[in-house]
Design a protein around this ligand. Structure first.
Ligand code: URA
Length: 213
């Protein structure tokens, strides 16, 4: 293959390539001397408005999952980029591109995730301060990145967090013994839930949304 590369006989996605270090994924079409070596499979990137009561899992013996909301042929190829609890609603990303979903959910990237949160009790006056300082989770031994809280009413807020730890928001409000009654994800990074999507509906991401991750 190296000889073919040097001689300019290899094409990846219709471009002649020379570099032996170019990373080729299953989504790339590769030709050598015009002969198809790898067809390049179709990449899928979707957003879905998750309804309450549906599991964000690929398969479950008891509960319906988000995959049951998709055509079976498509569902069997996809995985979830960033889970939501069963009762939570809103933006979910689904793809068959593992590198892309790893970037979308990598806590090191500090990409904002925006949630609308409804609480069982009035939001304690110290909440903004405590969330902005970060909360230590002993189980993982991590301290959450400073989170931003915008009050919408006594018991409702818009919360921006920068990781997606297990039950993160419930555990953050748990510090104030304030139960989360409803949790709706509005955005992940630059991708906002499309307001035209009813619960259970999905659409493909635009090129711009895909490139934002
Ligand atoms: N934090 C939670 O506690 N639950 C979710 O579903 C998402 C973030």
């Amino acid at each position: 293959m190296l000889g073919l590369l040097v001689q300019g006989r290899v094409q990846v996605n219709q471009q002649v390539v020379h570099s032996p270090t170019l990373e080729v994924t299953a989504f790339d079409t590769v030709l050598a001397d015009g002969e198809l070596i790898q067809p390049g499979k179709a990449a899928h990137y979707l957003m879905l408005n998750k309804p309450a009561g549906i599991l964000s899992a690929t398969d479950d013996p008891v509960h319906p999952t988000v995959m049951d909301l998709l055509p079976p042929e498509l569902a069997k190829e996809l995985h979830i980029g960033g889970r939501l609890d069963r009762a939570s609603t809103g933006l979910m990303l689904l793809t068959n591109d593992g590198q892309w979903s790893r970037r979308a959910t990598d806590p090191e990237r500090k990409s904002p995730k925006i949630y609308r949160v409804t609480l069982g009790n009035p939001i304690h006056p110290d909440t903004e301060k405590v969330f902005a300082e970060g909360i230590h989770f002993p189980f993982e031994d991590i301290t959450t990145s400073p989170a931003k809280l915008e009050r919408l009413s006594d018991t409702e807020c818009r919360l921006t967090i920068y990781e997606g730890r297990y039950h993160q928001i419930k555990r953050m409000f748990g510090r104030f013994r304030n139960p989360v009654i409803a949790l709706h994800r509005e955005a992940m990074g630059a991708i906002r839930l499309d307001s035209n999507l009813q619960p259970g509906q999905f659409r493909s991401l635009t090129d711009e949304e895909i490139a934002s991750v």
